[in-house]
Every structure is written in C-alpha cells, then in structure tokens.
Design a protein around this ligand. Structure first.
Ligand code: ADP
Ligand code: MG
Length: 253
C-alpha cells in the first residue's frame, strides 16, 4: 500500500520544500521507495534534489496540462529508491490553464493512480498558495503534512488552510486526513519559539509530531548543493532530526 502525503501550507518559507526533500531522502535511505512530486512552479524540490530544472524535458506540467503519461515524466535522482516528478517554470501558467480543464482538481490524482503502487511513499511539495495546484495535491493525497514555522505569526492563516482541507474533504476527497503538524525552524534560545510550540500543541494536540526541526545552518546550505542533508552533512543536527522524523512517520520508535 502506498501512502500519498501532501506537504502544504499556503505560507511561503515555512519548510515545505526542506521537508519534502529531506523526509523523502531519509525514507528512501531507510529502504522505502519514494516518489517526490514537485507541484510548485518554483521547482525548489527539483533543484534541491540535484535535478536541473531547465534541462529536464520531463515535468509535471506535461502530465497535468498535456496529458502525457506520468511514467514517462518521472526521473531518477542520484539516490537509491528516490524518484522525482520534476517541476519547471512552465507550471506557473498551469494554475490558469487548469481553470478551463475538465476534472481540473483530479488531474494529479488520476495520474498518480497509474504509478502509486510502485512506491511506498509519494510526497507532494505544494506551492505557497491554495490555488488549483494545491487543490490537485490535496485531492490526490491520503493525508496532509503541515509544516509550521516557530515564529510570531505561526498560527496566522492556518484557519484558512484547515477550512480548505475540510472543503476538499466534503467535495473532492472524503478520505483526506491530517497526517501531522511539523514544527520547523525552532530556536531553543528564544521564548517565542517555546511559546509557539505550546500554542500549536494546544491547537493540534496529538497531531503534532514529537520530532521538532530546529534551525540549522547546514539545512539551509544543502539546497544550493543539490543534496539532501543526509548526503550534504550526515553528521549535522539537521540530518539527525529528519531521520528521526522519517522513523516517526514510519512508526518506528
Ligand atoms: P517553503 O517550501 O515552505 O517555502 P523552504 O523549505 O524552502 O520553505 O524553507 C525556506 C527557507 O528556509 C529556505 O532557504 C530553507 O533552506 C530554509 N530552511 C528551512 N528549514 C530550515 C531549518 N530547519 N533551519 C534553517 N533553515 C531552514
Ligand atoms: Mg517550497
């Protein structure tokens, strides 16, 4: 059975892409077959895993808009068990091109049905908006993983996200569940970070992952090298915590 997880939060810069790349790489390192789906026109997951955005003719755009087969658009990454459906800048137009399409919210779901059994996990990195691309991700997903940055406005906008999730449940994907809420960029030196953790736990209760991702410079450096953290610096705190998150997602203590 495959598990399709959308990584979503309409706020930018909260750690969606960092989590997609690194959770994906850690699950793959633990022997799981993983497909990363980059549905953000910025293509940061694509470049973050070391695939050239401009060079690949293959992309999620071809699948969503040109009805090409998903199989022919998936590329290998440099890592065992880890595959990618890349994004490129063309995807920026898809949000509008999809408006007129038939079953426009179901494009990704139908495409993934063709390949999902080949993977243990499909992780979808969403753009920072609640438009049609994110709706495609939420419609295709079994669950949503919500990264929340430990900062002042952490909870702002989450009502809107939860509202979107419940609308999707009602109209497009009855089975959609919240996979978990991930606290990111935690800074133990600040009271603010500690307060945000308390607030988020009060709100989301047992949905909050035990694993909390601290602010870690190595994590922010890794994307420019096109490497997941466990390859870029396997001894860093960032590598340790994303491996811990992967184990938590797998239910391994
Ligand atoms: P999103 O995909 O939600 O926009 P990103 O994952 O791209 O967010 O993260 C935003 C920025 O913060 C990126 O430059 C990334 O490298 C950096 N970043 C993410 N998580 C951490 C972390 N735990 N520690 C330090 N920097 C981080
Ligand atoms: Mg991103």
């Amino acid at each position: 059975m495959s598990r399709i997880i959308a990584i979503a939060n309409q706020k930018g810069g909260v750690g969606k892409t960092t989590t997609a790349v690194n959770l994906g790489a850690c699950l793959a390192a633990l022997g799981k077959r993983v497909l990363l789906v980059d549905i953000d026109p910025q293509g940061n997951t694509t470049s973050g895993i070391g695939v050239d955005k401009t060079g690949v003719g293959r992309s999620i755009y071809n699948v969503l808009i040109n009805e090409e087969s998903i199989k022919e658009n998936i590329v290998k990454t440099g890592y065992d068990n880890l595959y990618l459906l890349p994004s490129n800048i063309q995807l920026a137009g898809a949000e509008i091109e999809l408006v007129m399409a038939i079953s426009r919210e179901y494009k990704l779901k139908y495409a993934l049905e063709e390949v999902k059994e080949e993977y243990d996990f499909v992780l979808i990195d969403c753009p920072p908006s609640l438009g049609l691309l994110t709706l495609n991700a939420l419609t295709a997903a079994d669950t949503v993983l919500v990264p929340i940055q430990c900062e002042y406005y952490a909870l702002e906008g989450l009502g809107q996200l939860m509202n979107t999730i419940s609308l999707v449940k009602k109209h497009l994907n009855k089975e959609l569940d919240v996979e978990g809420v991930l606290l990111t960029m935690f800074d133990a030196r600040t009271n603010l970070s500690i307060q945000v953790v308390e607030e988020v736990k009060k709100f989301f209760k047992d949905k909050v992952y035990r694993t909390i991702i601290p602010r870690n410079v190595r994590l922010s450096e890794a994307p420019s090298h096109g490497k997941p953290i466990i390859v870029y610096d396997s001894r860093s705190k960032g590598a340790e915590v994303y491996m811990e998150l992967a184990r938590e997602v797998l239910g391994i203590e």
